[in-house]
Design a protein around this ligand. Structure first.
Ligand code: BGC
Length: 364
């Protein structure tokens, strides 16, 4: 079968025509026909040879971790999935260390050893191919009503995992604020940012999306369509933004710009939580007044949370939320998918990032 792959040893990308078709190798296994796969910044990093590890013994890694497919076959002990069901597979699989409490509890997203594997990223082929297999417990069922946007589930899980944790953190406050009074700022109007903004609006928060694009941009239109406010970084500094809002209770950072993250941390309000989801990579020293930063954080009881990957609880919340978003803002949700490509064209959206979210249509 065909697969869109990176050959890190040869520093090249290409379609492999003879990827072995996977077979179900356990009684609880499931085989999927891949329907659609989203492309994200992680794929661009892998295609730039910054990371991405092929499975042992393979010269190439089939890319793609934002998967969506249809069940075509199930092992004899699979009870809750059947051929024809639509599913989104989770990305990460547990490490082999019996002492890793996270992986032993099926929470590889919190793996303690760092020796987990990830489809399309680390040690396991991804979903940019015709078929994939996996254990049924790693497949989350999707209602047919959201078939056309289900490929957005995985990027939404990043926000869902973040907000599950933020809600737990804020249980430290011995009173409950009505969510309508919670002011959240989302930095970055890419898919992770806009899906996060939707999840916050769905919870009833007041949301401002702060991003570099002008206020006439497509991303600003999506933001306004979900009842959130859009502020362009071209018109306002984070400090001015905070002064206009009053007190920022939550920042969801989805730009991956470390300097902007520090500026937003300075703008965060009392008892606030700031969530980091970006992976900026090392790029040399930058001037930050660390004393002022830590003084501010301490005196304001702030919490800085960084988060990666997601467990099945976040996948289930993402699927439920995406259904709710589609009922409320169908055009805004569908408008997030701005580019559609065939498997053979996979390099185009990887090499030239444009629009909001590009997807690969592997099968109809
Ligand atoms: C994926 C995560 C993954 C991470 C780092 C992201 O793009 O959404 O699931 O853990 O990359 O490898």
């Amino acid at each position: 079968m065909r697969g869109a792959a990176v050959f890190p040893g040869h520093r090249k990308l290409g379609i492999v025509h003879d990827v072995p078709e996977p077979i179900i190798d356990s009684h609880t296994g499931v085989k999927l026909r891949v329907l659609q796969v989203g492309i994200c910044a992680t794929d661009r990093e892998i295609a730039g040879f910054h990371f991405g590890t092929p499975p042992e013994g393979s010269p190439y890694l089939v890319m793609g971790h934002e998967g969506f497919g249809e069940v075509v076959e199930t092992g004899p002990e699979v009870i809750d999935l059947k051929p024809g069901d639509l599913v989104v597979p989770t990305v990460r699989r547990p490490c082999a260390d019996p002492a890793c409490a996270a992986c032993q509890n099926d929470r590889a997203d919190f793996c303690q050893t760092g020796t987990y594997t990830e489809h399309g990223i680390m040690g396991m082929h991804g979903f940019l191919t015709e078929f994939t297999t996996g254990e049924a417990r790693y497949m989350r069922r999707v209602p047919p009503a959201i078939r056309d946007v289900a490929v957005l589930v995985e990027p939404l899980t990043i926000a869902e995992k973040a907000f599950i944790q933020a809600e737990q953190i804020q249980l430290r406050l011995p009173w409950k604020r009505p969510s309508g009074e919670v002011h959240a700022v989302v930095t970055g109007a890419g898919p992770v940012g806009l899906l996060g903004a939707m999840a916050l609006r769905e919870r009833g928060c007041q949301v401002t999306v702060y991003s570099r694009e002008p206020e006439t941009d497509l991303r600003a239109n999506v933001t306004r369509a979900i009842g959130a406010n859009y502020v362009s970084g071209q018109n306002m500094t984070p400090e001015q933004l905070a002064a206009g809002i009053g007190s920022i209770d939550l920042v969801y950072e989805a730009t991956g710009s470390s300097m902007l993250a520090f500026e937003m941390l300075n703008a965060l309000g009392r008892n606030g939580v700031m969530i980091l989801t970006g992976v900026p990579g090392a790029h040399g020293p930058e001037p930050v007044d660390t004393g002022a930063l830590i003084t501010n954080m301490t005196l304001k009881n702030q919490c800085l949370l960084a988060t990666v990957n997601a467990g099945s609880d976040a996948f289930d919340r993402a699927i439920a939320d995406l259904s709710a978003f589609c009922a409320k803002w169908p055009d805004a949700v569908r408008g997030l998918i701005t580019g559609r490509f065939t498997l053979e064209q996979f390099e185009t959206p990887i090499q030239n990032a444009s629009g909001i979210k590009s997807i690969i249509e592997v099968a109809a």
